[in-house]
Design a protein around this ligand. Structure first.
Ligand code: ADP
Ligand code: MG
Ligand code: MG
Length: 251
């Protein structure tokens, strides 16, 4: 079954048209890389799928496993299995990291997770991501370094086990070793055959570790090119100049 289906999606922010007819289908057990120059609408697309009310859907449809995503609130989307690892994770003062996570998990379960089981999973995830165990007990992202925030997003993903995980430049600001740790954690989750991934990244190094099955280029609010891993390599070696030229878009 097709996990995510997006049909002719138009999205605006403050009456400025950002997405101009996005069509995208992601099946179970596919990894899609979403590339494109800065400011073309990649984060807008991911945030719209997650349900950020800042982004106004003018027209179009989004379905997850046949369910109408646009009619759902953010928390319903999360319960339906949508996850967004953010480009700039917010600091939430006064909210304990593990309390936040347990609440997020419980919101998605019919019966609350047993405390013992939660602690075990949380400690496992913190360890897998190479973070200090005290991380779990600090306030959400407060005083975390850039890399720690990114790794904390992956801890959330590991515990929430989403059906569709979207990662927005999760690799930016990570050193080479952290990059590997994060890629390994994502790959491990992806062994779940029902899961699919939509990954925004500018770096072949990260994408090479994850081996996307599909790659897309977003330019001026539209997906203009779709291919396989070869497209990632082409962008890495040639940049975006040819894409601007081919589609007659000014820089
Ligand atoms: P990308 O992720 O591809 O770099 P974005 O989706 O972040 O691009 O941004 C697409 C366009 O939308 C840019 O021109 C950006 O300036 C604009 N934009 C994004 N967020 C906002 C906002 N909150 N208010 C106004 N414009 C925004
Ligand atoms: Mg950007
Ligand atoms: Mg972005």
């Amino acid at each position: 079954m097709k996990q995510l289906v997006i049909k002719d999606l138009y999205v605006s922010i403050n009456d400025v048209q950002i997405l101009k007819g996005i069509n995208l289908e992601i099946n179970a057990h596919e990894i899609h890389a979403l590339m494109g120059p800065n400011g073309q609408g990649k984060s807008t697309l991911l945030s719209t799928i997650m349900g950020d009310p800042k982004f106004h859907v003018d027209s179009g449809e989004i379905y997850l496993d046949g369910k109408d995503v646009l009619s759902m609130e953010v928390d319903e989307r999360s319960r339906a299995g949508v996850f967004l690892g953010m480009q700039y994770p917010a600091e939430i003062p006064g909210v304990n990291n593990s309390d936040f996570l347990r609440a997020a998990i419980n919101a998605r379960l019919d019966k609350p997770i047993a405390l013992f089981k939660f602690i075990e999973e949380m400690e496992g995830a913190v360890k897998d991501l190479g973070m200090k165990s005290e991380m779990a007990h600090r306030n959400l992202n407060e005083g975390f370094s850039g890399g720690e925030k990114k790794r904390n997003e992956i801890i959330q993903m590991k515990l929430l086990k989403p059906q569709l995980a979207m990662l927005d430049e999760i690799d930016s600001g990570l050193d080479v070793d952290a990059l590997k740790v994060v890629a390994d954690a994502v790959s491990e989750l992806y062994e779940d055959k029902e899961m699919s991934l939509l990954i925004v990244s500018h770096y072949e190094r990260f994408l090479d570790l994850l081996k996307p099955t599909h790659a897309h280029i977003l330019l001026d609010g539209k997906i203009v090119e779709t291919g396989g891993y070869d497209l990632v390599s082409k962008i890495d070696s040639e940049g975006y100049e040819w894409v601007y030229e081919k589609y007659g878009v000014d820089r």
